[in-house]
Design a protein around this ligand. Structure first.
Ligand SMILES: Nc1nc2c(c(=O)[nH]1)N[C@H]1C(S)=C(S)[C@@H](COP(=O)(O)OP(=O)(O)OC[C@H]3O[C@@H](n4cnc5c(N)ncnc54)[C@H](O)[C@@H]3O)O[C@H]1N2
Ligand code: MOO
Length: 416
């Protein structure tokens, strides 16, 4: 049997660094409304045109006072009420007065603290201070979140919901983002039919495009669905030529192994080039990377779990890099560890992404159990797992209680 290490297959890390080092990210940008900017990559930095908050304001419903005069037991006359939205410049507190103030309302002139309502006793037109005020208490100073002139988001950032809030707080209703990446998506195999069509003897339903498109969805690409292409060299050539001129990246599923109908690599090599083939990961070994005209080519293996894992671990970082994202969080380096339940003996050589289930004991210690069915044709263990458990390339044996790396699945932020 071939030994992955001695036969020079790429490790996941070296495959990724070779691929990323030869990509040219998109440079064209466009202005989009903030409401359409989620998941896009910022093309120009966001620089604050003003302070946030724009003036000192109250963090509590209570009374604006001069702190040095607001000692416990003292009575202060309440002269006015300040609501959020009013102009604080026209109000002023004096040593013997207080102004009723609501959360978010501007702090009036002279005030150095806001006493929260619960620390006062309301009399008719006055309050009794129940707890001595501290200077600065319950005041949110001007610019405490963002100072005018600050670069608050650098170019190359993928915009999250929190980024959109920050940009909106500066009053901008549009942003400059890199143009959408055009991604061609195809599956090849004579046996494949689309969901909804009749499945004849010998045929199976094509499922990889649905999974790949789903994994791409949060990254806001424009997908050109090139459909199912039969294992016919001329049909494959036609589709590859179309992709070479129309997309930035072609993701093709299937036909990258060594079978009699696996034509993909040879045709890509003929029309463009293959830069590497075979990565020492399980599942997903026969992943192919190359170039077709102006398009980057990613050939993911046909086995459904292999296509899912290689899209997640190899194609997504490539997509993100092509989109101009600067800080690509490499999920593999997350230092999340759990202890293994059970033991494992295996042939070393590939980094194994085992579908697994992590649970926490009453000391909050994470324990991980690999699921029984790990074949790359079994999708049900991907949906029933809640994490990947990693077995490093050279590890042959793991024992009960050993520490292993895990990668929890982030399903819409909910733990299942
Ligand atoms: N002699 C060897 N055979 C195989 C090797 C090897 O090293 N030597 N590698 C195996 C591994 S590992 C993988 S992974 C597969 C990948 O092969 P291909 O990329 O050529 O994939 P296909 O042969 O086209 O299909 C494999 C399998 O998956 C089903 N399939 C394909 N596409 C889809 C799709 N879009 N939706 C659903 N199912 C799909 C297909 O019917 C096959 O059952 O090669 C091994 N063989
Ligand atoms: O790499 Mo294959 O994906 O092991 O089945």
């Amino acid at each position: 049997m071939t030994d992955p290490v001695s036969s020079g297959w790429h490790s996941l890390d070296s495959a990724l660094s070779q691929a990323l080092s030869q990509l040219n990210a998109v440079t064209e940008s466009e202005s989009v409304p903030l409401s359409s900017a989620l998941g896009r990559v910022l093309a120009s930095p966001i620089v604050a045109k003003h302070n946030v908050p724009p003036w000192d304001n109250s963090a509590m419903d209570g009374y604006a006072v001069i702190a040095s005069n607001a000692v416990a037991g003292k009575t202060l006359k309440v002269t006015d009420t300040l609501l959020a939205g009013m102009n604080g410049e026209t109000f002023e507190v004096t040593p013997d007065t207080a102004i009723r103030i609501m959360t978010g309302a501007p702090v009036p002139r002279g005030a150095t603290a806001v006493i929260m309502q619960e620390n006062t006793c309301r009399l008719d037109n006055a309050i009794e201070v129940l707890q001595t005020a501290r200077a600065g208490e319950n005041i949110r100073p001007m610019g405490c979140d963002i100072a005018q002139g600050d670069t608050v988001i650098v170019a190359g950032t993928r915009l999250s919901a929190a980024h959109l809030m920050l940009i909106a707080s500066l009053g901008a209703d549009s942003v400059s983002v890199f143009r959408k990446l055009r991604v061609g998506l195809m599956a090849t195999g004579d046996e494949l039919v689309s969901a909804g069509e009749e499945c004849r003897p010998g045929q199976i339903y094509e499922s990889n495009r649905a999974g790949i498109a789903g994994l791409l969805a949060p990254f806001e690409v424009e997908i050109l669905d090139l459909g199912i292409v039969p294992d016919e060299p001329q049909r494959l050539k036609n589709t590859f030529k179309q992709a070479a001129s129309e997309v930035d990246l072609l993701i093709s599923s299937g036909g990258v192994s060594v079978g009699d109908a696996d034509f993909v690599k040879a045709i890509v090599a003929e029309l463009g080039r293959i830069d590497f083939w075979k990565v020492a990961i399980k599942p997903g070994k026969p992943f192919a990377f190359g170039q077709l005209g102006k398009a980057i080519f990613c050939g993911v293996p046909g086995n459904p779990v292999s296509s899912y894992v290689t899209t997640q671990k190899l194609v997504l970082p490539i997509v993100r890099h092509l989109q101009g994202e600067s800080a690509i969080a490499e999920s593999r380096t997350l230092p999340l560890k759990a202890r293994l339940k059970g033991s494992i003996n295996r042939k070393p050589g590939r980094l194994d992404f085992q579908r697994a289930h992590v649970t926490f004991d009453d000391q909050n210690q994470a324990w991980v159990s690999p699921l029984p069915k790990q074949s790359s044709a079994i999708m049900t263990t991907v949906t029933s797992a809640n994490c990947f458990m990693l077995i490093e390339q050279n590890v042959a044996e793991l024992n009960d209680g050993d520490w292993v790396c895990i990668q929890p699945f982030d399903l819409y932020g909910l733990w299942k």
